[in-house]
Design a protein around this ligand. Structure first.
Ligand code: ADP
Length: 325
């Protein structure tokens, strides 16, 4: 098989500089962002069987260069990484209170990624973006950082791509402070759910955004979507897929439990890693249930280590065990 004929996944969003508390009052610097985390875990899960591109805008500064080095070291294609010489990547810092509870401070309101569609990608790149991928992944954070016009541009790209049979995967990843109001977040989320083929949402976020009382409430908003996964933390996830039968009610759903992790170290990127593993397995032909079980194992491993992106040696070990089983 030539590289060109491999399935192609586009992950669209923002990568930021991360500062997390280290020893003696110092901070450790890393890079992270929900869609980037998903891209990296999808790449690690699929290996060379899947071509993954990260779509974003960065600056021309040292941190941006280091981000590109990271993307490339994780085998992500950077052809759609735009560079804006007058902008910088966003930054966030994690603080821990005396009980170990985390809080976040962000400096992202003027980041390069916010302008990926208005000034970053050329018209030619936007056109090819609609044409070359089999699957597009984005999140509510991707949508929240864009202005109305750029969201429309992205929507047009996705509509065009779907017309030729490509699919769109979406995680609502609701972060209230990125939206001007809850009503705006609801309206944009509904707009993009209307062009979603695979919804990978977290029940806690849906509860916060739409006041859902049960997973059935979440599913009832998504009956038009072929494949829906509702992540429910340490319990497991509910999967509804049209391959199980016509999706008319939550009765077609399958609950896929996790193996609960007793010693959780850091839940950062639990949902993102789940999404990356799930999409990789689905694109490679596994059933929704098989994909969810694998995604649970990967996310369950990720939360036993510090940071969004765990060392590659750990994910490799998991994949070796999977290959033997
Ligand atoms: P998010 O990170 O979006 O808040 P969840 O909290 O639902 O998402 O977690 C995502 C995934 O991480 C779950 O579907 C599961 O696979 C895994 N996970 C989270 N918490 C645990 C836990 N305590 N034990 C085992 N797996 C977990």
């Amino acid at each position: 098989m030539t590289t060109r004929s491999l399935p192609r996944l586009a992950c669209i969003g923002e990568c930021m500089v991360e500062l997390s508390p280290a020893d003696r009052g110092l901070y450790k610097q890393a890079f992270a962002g929900d869609t980037l985390n998903t891209a990296i875990y999808a790449a690690r899960s699929a290996g060379p069987a899947l071509n993954i591109s990260y779509i974003t805008a960065l600056g021309t500064d040292h941190f941006s260069d280091c981000m590109i080095d990271l993307f490339q070291s994780e085998r992500l294609c950077c052809d759609w990484v735009a560079k804006l010489s007058d902008k910088l990547p966003g930054l966030y810092a994690i603080e821990l209170d005396e009980t170990g509870e985390r809080s976040f401070s962000y400096w992202r309101s003027d980041s390069a990624a916010k302008q990926m569609f208005s000034r970053g990608l050329s018209d030619e790149q936007k056109e090819s973006l609609a044409e070359v991928f089999d699957l597009y992944y984005l999140s509510g954070i991707t949508l929240a950082i864009l202005n109305d016009e750029d969201r429309s541009t992205l929507k047009e790209i996705l509509i065009k791509a779907r017309r030729r049979g490509a699919r769109v995967a979406y995680d609502s990843n609701y972060r209230p402070r990125l939206w001007s109001s809850k009503a705006q977040a609801q309206s944009v989320t509904r707009e993009f759910l209307a062009i979603t083929d695979i919804a990978l949402v977290t029940f806690d976020d849906e509860q916060m955004l739409f006041d859902d009382e049960s997973v059935s409430d979440t599913l009832s908003r998504m009956t038009h979507i072929n494949e829906v996964v509702v992540k429910q933390g340490g319990e497991g996830c509910t999967v509804v897929c049209s391959v199980f039968g016509k999706q008319e009610s939550s009765q077609n759903s399958v609950f896929v439990p996790t193996t609960p992790v007793s010693h959780v170290v850091d839940t950062t990127s639990a949902g993102d890693s789940f999404n990356g593993a799930y999409l990789a397995r689905r694109v490679l032909g596994h059933s929704p249930e098989e994909a969810a079980l694998f995604a649970h194992r990967l996310a369950g491993t990720v939360i036993q280590y510090k940071g969004a992106i765990i060392p590659e040696a750990i994910t490799s070990q998991l994949l070796e065990v999977e290959a033997v089983c």
